[in-house]
Write a protein that binds this ligand. Sequence first.
Ligand code: BG6
Ligand code: MG
Length: 220
Amino acid sequence: MLKGLLFDLDGVLTNSAKFHLTAWNNLAKELGITLNDAQLDSLRGISRMDSLELILKYGGQEDKYTEAEKEKFAAEKNSKFVEQVETMTPKDILPGIPELLADAKKQNLKMVIASASKNAPKILTRLGIMDEFDGIVDPATLHHGKPDPEIYEKAQEIAGLKADEVISFEDAKAGVESIKAAGQFAVGIGDKELLKEADYIVPTTADLKLSEIEKVFNEK
Ligand code: BG6
Ligand code: MG
């Protein structure tokens, strides 16, 4: 029986994913690295330092910088990202999400955030939906990033539920892989081909309807 929903944040509840990708793309350019669309998309869901390492690898620069230099690059990217976050308001909640959260509340479902972002509390506060959630996984406590199952296992533990009692929402390929590795039901939001491991896929958040998703969940 469905008892909880676990949510990624960037690209699911709000479109902050685009701020991350723009900030990374700009940093890559400054480092003389051109990222193609697939490389840029592969950064979705990936932690800050892992994203930087991936960009340096794509540019063949994995051994070029010291740890201190890498920390500086990541901090620069983060301050650009945070500048964008500071402009966010409740209007930036993606279409369909308010209805989904309201439907979940009506059913008394537990709701937990499973985001790799250290900025998640700040973003949720800007959106005015911090209090809607029963908990947030602290990414600083994780040993492995997505696609490892750890973050979704932790979110499930915070909710106090079993894997077959939750539905988890993601826009990232690495995120869907993390959910499936945790043995949970995955809803993918975005490209059908890219997110094909998900149990239920919609092109945008506006297409999310809890009763429809639940039907498929109950058949599994
Ligand atoms: C994820 C984003 O939610 O958080 C990634 O999809 C981002 O793009 C990651 O790199 C880490 O975010 P932050 O805010 O801690 O740098
Ligand atoms: Mg995401």
